[in-house]
Design a protein. Structure first.
Length: 303
């Protein structure tokens, strides 16, 4: 028995419509919009730290090692000339209260970031999201793990071999003298007697020291030695800064610019120093966000 052609077409159409009705509606018009994809959370990174780039540069950049090394090599090239020139003296008139003529030769070096590299301590602060404090600093110094700044050891040994006394003038506290001397000696820095270390708290009768300024200690060395050269990572290692502002720092060094690269030798330190508080009026009590805002305000945008 056969169905009429029209009936067969009608049945096929009905089956097709039924099949369409059984499929899920993907248009979103009946069931509502599809849910938004759930974003994949990025893994939490380390908190931002103003000292990260500076510490990474000092520890990993070959440019830092080249700059430090060339500073000491250039100084060594000048050392014999300094020894042979009777009037050569690296102390300012303010720090020289005894004639230098006839005195035995010496050089003055700062310690931290001048002859000893403390970047591992800075790296720990960055890693831990911490800031400098005396407890953690004392612990680091007592570890005696600081390494030489590139070129410093070679220069100090060459100076000692020429009969030049190396004085280590530092703002490390006096109670850190023994671990400091032990660290220096273990690396091979020339130290014949403990008096070559002059730390914070050293007292010179008749000389009033302002805070951590080194003027009185420089004067003390100048009373017994002709100072051929001074080395530091801060201009305060060579001259007293009366006002720690951008202008005050410029004024302090201006009369002695001709000595830089001859009698005064400056090492790079973007990690810390008196240059930083000069940007926010030396107000460490300000919140970090406010100090950062003032640093940004001090930048030159050439606008």
């Amino acid at each position: 028995m056969s169905f009429p052609r029209t009936l067969m077409l009608s049945a096929a159409l009905a089956l097709g419509l039924a099949a369409c009705q059984s499929l899920p509606d993907r248009s979103g018009s009946a069931a509502g919009p599809l849910p938004a994809p759930v974003p994949v959370a990025e893994p939490a990174g380390p908190p931002p730290n103003d000292n990260l780039n500076a510490t990474a540069w000092m520890q990993t950049a070959i440019e830092y090692r080249l700059i430090a090394g060339q500073t000491y090599r250039a100084a060594l090239a000048q050392l014999d000339r300094a020894l042979e020139t009777p009037g050569w003296d690296a102390l300012t008139a303010e720090d020289r209260d005894t004639p230098a003529e006839g005195l035995p030769p010496a050089v003055i070096v700062d310690i931290d970031e001048t002859v000893l590299d403390n970047s591992p301590y800075q790296a720990r602060l960055v890693r831990d999201g911490a800031s400098y404090d005396e407890v953690s600093w004392d612990a680091w110094v007592r570890e005696q793990k600081a390494r030489p700044v590139p070129g410093a050891l070679e220069f100090a040994r060459a100076a000692a071999a020429r009969g030049v006394t190396v004085f280590y003038l530092s703002n490390r506290a006096a109670h850190l003298e023994q671990p400091t001397l032990a660290n220096l000696r273990a690396l091979g820095f020339p130290i014949e007697r403990p008096e070559q270390f002059l730390g914070l708290g050293f007292f010179l009768e008749g000389c009033e020291q302002e805070g951590s300024e080194k003027g009185c200690r420089r004067r003390h060395i100048g009373r017994t030695h002709r100072v051929l050269m001074q080395f530091g990572d801060q201009i305060g290692d060579m001259v007293t800064i009366t006002a720690n502002t951008l202008e005050g720092r410029e004024q302090a060094v201006a009369p002695y610019l001709a000595w830089v690269g001859e009698r005064w030798w400056v090492l790079p330190n973007p990690s810390y120093g008196s240059w930083e508080p000069a940007l926010f009026n030396n107000a460490w009590t300000l919140p970090e966000t406010e100090r950062r805002r003032m640093k940004l305000q001090a930048l030159d945008y050439a606008e």
